[in-house]
Design a binder for this molecule. Structure first.
Ligand code: NDP
Length: 493
């Protein structure tokens, strides 16, 4: 099989790492090397940040009107839509995520760029009803500065768009670092960016290792904002790195999201929600609804139905249209699923299905869709984010118990509620601690709807109007409109 050698994209040019170093990218479905990417050096990161800084403060980008910036985002949207199928296939080959998902997501990503293209010339300040005579005071929302965007491997085109879209609409320039686990989609995206005609340095795309590349990028003195998606441990490093530049950070971390199913729910729909929330993207989703909390009256039937559905899922080559679940992205993910399921069983959980490598899949990091019944939330699988197709099911008696179980977590990203009782839907939505609540649906996203959490799930919001605030800062302008010159401060009147 031929191996594709990718290049970095810095200041509008494709290039290798300054010292020529590269690393391999592995196809999780075969376990074989299929591409190589440059390991950006300190010098490369510095060059990318300086290119972005120049674009923002001196180059053509700094002189463009917001409307012109918006038009470039529309062009980017069209260019992404045109090659969405190819971008999706590359993401699938690199990460193992199902092509049906990556292709659909790449196509939908175009809508994120369109949404923010439209917003570029609608970012405005206020005139303040100030409490002093002869003063005209107004605020301007200005671009925050150079943005370092760190994206993980589980939804690269999407998580890039949620950062690049609002950042460019605000007038920032960006340096995006892809994960070493799946570097190809970002470098393929560079080819799309290159055709659109952004001034050099507005979008820089680099690959390399967390250490040193991620560290140098997030601590760089000319970086004014870090937008990060990934794990909590790395987030702590990122926060520490920004002690050097005081760049505000937005963090989109993971979760252990509850999915609460009441007796009165449409059970078929609830099972679909649990399947989507746990086995979609092989469970490698920050909003995986991995704690399924089911009311006693439908608990046995739910276990029966969901076990049957898990066993019927077709595993296979993620590029194949018939496949419903592909492999995990890395051996680390696979090993973690194996060990957490084993630990949970030894702690008293019952494995109804799954928990191992499926028969007939000797290569790649395939893991069976797994359903575990957990007596309580001391069981390891109910507490740690697995990032794998492992559903932990818990039983509850009444609404209060359900809310207690749902909120017994350090995370706060997503939550699902399945009920046909309207009042209950509103009541429980309010009481559940999470940034997003889905009622009688799960994992729906939109460029229009803010996305993010709190606690161990991070802070800041991506998507929606809220995301613009992450990439702008407020300047307050005071203008003395008095016909008299400013009074001498040492002469009291
Ligand atoms: P990481 O948090 O390690 O990686 C996320 C990104 O951060 C990658 O681009 C990574 O680069 C980069 N990075 C690593 N170290 C640094 C650093 N010191 N400074 C700046 N950037 C850095 O995620 P993993 O891939 O290791 O996954 C670990 C766990 O995190 C998962 O099992 C899951 O629980 C969670 N996760 C959550 C995601 C979400 O969507 N919220 C997405 C991915 C993971 P590199 O890959 O080169 O190290």
């Amino acid at each position: 099989m031929s191996v594709t050698d990718y290049q970095l994209y810095i200041n509008g040019e494709f290039c290798d790492a300054s010292d020529g170093s590269r690393f391999d990218s592995i196809n999780p479905s075969t376990g074989e090397v299929w591409a190589t990417a440059p390991a950006a050096t300190e010098q490369d990161v510095d060059r990318a940040v300086k290119a972005a800084h120049h674009a923002m403060f001196e180059g053509e980008w700094s002189k463009m009107t917001a409307t012109q910036r918006g038009h470039l985002l529309f062009k980017l949207a069209d260019a992404v839509a045109e090659v969405a199928q190819d971008l999706g296939s590359i993401e699938t080959t690199d990460s193992g995520k199902l092509a049906a998902e990556t292709r659909g997501q790449s196509a939908y990503v175009a809508d994120y760029y369109r949404y923010y293209g439209g917003m570029a010339d609608k970012i405005q300040g206020d005139v303040l009803p100030i409490d002093k005579p002869d003063m005209h005071v107004y605020t301007r929302r200005e671009p925050i500065g150079v943005v370092a965007a760190i994206v993980p491997w589980n939804a690269e085109m999407f998580l890039t768009a949620t950062k690049v879209g609002p950042a460019l609409a605000a007038g920032c320039a960006v340096v995006i670092k892809a994960s070493e686990i799946a570097p190809a989609p970002i470098l393929e995206f560079a080819k799309v960016v290159d055709q659109v005609g952004f001034p050099p340095g507005v979008i820089n795309l680099i690959t390399g290792f967390g250490e040193p590349c991620g560290r140098i990028l997030t601590s760089h003195k000319q970086v004014s904002k870090v937008a990060f998606t990934g794990g909590a441990d790395t987030a702590r490093h990122v926060i520490a790195n920004t002690a050097n530049n005081f760049a505000p950070v937005s963090l989109e971390l993971g979760g252990k999201s509850p999915l609460v199913i009441f007796d009165d729910a449409d059970l078929e729909g609830a099972v679909n929600g649990a399947v989507a929330g746990n086995f979609g993207a092989s469970g490698q989703s920050c909003v995986a609804g991995s704690r399924v909390i089911v009311q006693a009256g439908v608990y046995d039937r739910f276990i029966e139905m969901v076990t049957e559905r898990a066993q019927a899922i077709r595993l296979g080559d993620p590029l194949d249209d018939d496949t419903q679940m592909g492999p995990l992205a890395t051996q680390v993910q696979y090993d973690r699923c194996i060990s957490v399921v084993a630990a949970s069983a030894s702690e008293g959980a019952t494995i109804h299905t799954g928990g191992k490598r499926p028969d007939g899949f000797e290569t790649g990091w395939y893991f069976e869709p797994t359903v575990i019944a957990c007596p309580d939330q001391t069981i390891t699988s109910t507490r740690v984010e697995l990032f794998g197709p492992v559903m932990s099911v818990l039983k509850f008696e009444n609404e209060e118990d359900a809310i207690g179980l749902a909120n017994d977590t350090e995370f706060g990203l997503g939550a699902g509620i399945f009920t046909n009782n309207l009042a209950r839907a509103h009541r429980v939505s309010e009481k559940i601690h999470s940034g997003i609540v889905w009622v009688n649906t799960y994992r729906a996203i939109s460029p229009i709807a803010p996305f993010g959490g709190f606690g161990n799930s991070g802070y800041g919001r991506e998507a929606g109007v809220d995301a613009i605030h992450e990439f702008t800062r407020t300047k307050t302008v005071w203008i003395n409109t008095s016909p008299e010159p400013m009074a001498n401060p040492f002469v009291m009147r």
